[in-house]
Design a protein around this ligand. Structure first.
Ligand code: SAH
Length: 228
């Protein structure tokens, strides 16, 4: 009976949360966040990560690892999703931009926490698959778009928070411009193939921008041309 219950997605997600919490404690020296926001953890507990993965990998959906999706891309590690979400200090009324929809999983986690999520994916088939998964899961507050997220989404700007889930060699200026004063942006910064540093960018009430290095990470690169 116990083993049967443990195999249910709910129980698997509970174990995933425990792993995420442990990793938060283990990395606290670098991140400064030994305990992640309870609302963020509640969102991870709720989102069915297996819905955003190819069926061949879905059995491993609740392991605290990145996994392949398709087109050489990955669904991020649950801990990294939790940490990046936590760093944004989101409020329920926020409107958030995500660059790099990928599987749609991170967008779903954001959609649990805020009013509206605008998410851009450059690889069209990935963006379409993610959009379908998000609709099937009932996330009407996610607005997906195919395109180059480097330029942000000017028609919907400014945003309370911005999350970039692909690594860039430098901070895209259009995204900084589309961030509200008082807003936060997280992005992995680093050269292709090298070490990347998850970076927290803050714009203060007077529009001054500061950056803080959080922790080393590994993301697929932010590309600039529409790939098919
Ligand atoms: N947030 C995703 C992780 C995706 S991996 C998730 O939860 O699954 C990064 C994604 O960024 C890839 O799908 C990649 O195709 C996409 N990407 C890379 N460069 C991009 C760009 N310039 N604009 C939008 N998406 C981009």
């Amino acid at each position: 009976m116990a083993a049967e219950a443990a195999d249910k997605p709910d129980a698997q997600r509970e174990r995933m949360i425990a792993d995420v919490e442990q990793m938060a404690r283990d990395t606290a020296q670098a991140t400064g966040r030994p305990v992640l926001d309870a609302r963020v953890l509640a969102a991870l507990r709720k989102v069915e990560r297996h819905r955003y993965m190819p069926s061949a990998h879905a059995a491993r959906a609740y392991e605290n690892h990145a996994q392949p999706i398709s087109h050489g891309q990955t669904i991020s590690q649950p801990f990294v999703v939790a940490l990046m979400t936590d760093l944004l200090n989101l409020k329920p009324d926020d409107r958030v931009l995500e660059v790099g929809t990928g599987s749609g999983y991170q967008a779903a986690v954001l959609a649990e926490l805020v009013r509206a999520v605008y998410t851009i994916e450059i690889v069209e088939p990935l963006g379409r698959t993610a959009a379908r998964a998000l609709l099937a899961a009932g996330y009407w507050n996610v607005h997906p778009r195919i395109g180059d997220g480097y330029a942000g989404w000017p028609e919907q700007a400014p945003f309370d928070a911005i999350m970039v889930t692909a690594a860039a060699p430098y901070l895209p200026q259009p995204l900084v411009e589309q961030l509200k004063p008082g807003g936060r942006l997280v992005i992995p910064l680093g050269e292709r193939g090298g070490v990347q540093v998850l970076t927290l960018v803050e714009k203060d009430a007077r529009g001054r921008v500061s950056q803080r290095r959080v922790i080393d990470v590994r993301f697929v690169p932010l590309t600039r041309k529409t790939a098919h």
